[in-house]
Write a protein that binds this ligand. Structure first.
Ligand code: 5GP
Ligand code: MG
Length: 173
């Protein structure tokens, strides 16, 4: 495994992002962070504690990846609560093609929230046919497949405290 972003680097950046969201939503009366399961679990848990505003959290689940390649996103779990009239921040682990976020945005917008913003820990620096407007980006990274800090390969590696690029032998078998 090659460490791409250390735990300290991630923690420092997440604190900055939390401070930014706290400022931007200082006057919001109903802020809801919507985590996209399962990859955003570490990011959401740290980000919510870096925001010093009242907030709610909710979740949805979308499945699109099989092994190391993306497929068509499929909604697995809808939001648990109601976001009508709320200021929603969708919290993603990583944006690659942007199709997962697009699916989650459609799901959230159906409930007519007051506002919707996108927040991702990682964004891959690749050419996309749809460029989502992402308000909060933690790190721009290269096109390599990464794991850790919530991100998996076949459900493994989510518990690593850092983001790393697995060696070929680690993801083949
Ligand atoms: P998109 O829909 O933007 O193409 O892909 C987003 C989803 O694909 C993410 O939520 C994540 O689940 C998965 N994904 C994309 N790139 C990576 C990667 O490098 N590593 C891992 N573990 N998952 C990825
Ligand atoms: Mg994901």
């Amino acid at each position: 495994m090659r460490v791409l972003l250390s735990s300290n680097q991630i923690q420092a950046r997440v604190r900055e992002m939390g401070a930014g969201i706290s400022r931007d939503y200082a006057t919001s009366t109903d802020l809801v962070l919507v985590g996209v399961m399962r990859g955003s679990v570490c990011f959401l848990a740290d980000l919510m504690r870096a925001i010093d505003r009242p907030l709610r959290i909710d979740f949805c689940a979308v499945r699109s990846y099989s092994g190391t390649s993306g497929g068509t996103p499929e909604l697995v779990t809808n939001l648990l609560g109601d976001v009508r009239g709320a200021d929603v921040v969708i919290v993603e682990d990583i944006i690659e093609r942007g199709v997962t976020l697009q699916a989650v945005m459609q799901l959230v917008e159906r409930q007519e929230p007051k506002s919707v913003a996108l927040c991702t820990l990682l964004r891959k620096d690749i050419v996309r046919n749809w460029e989502p407007k992402v308000r909060y980006v933690g790190f721009e990274i290269g096109p390599e497949f990464v794991v850790g800090y919530g991100l998996d390969y076949e459900q493994r590696f989510r518990n690593l405290p850092y983001v790393g690029i697995p060696d070929p032998g680690e993801i083949d078998g």
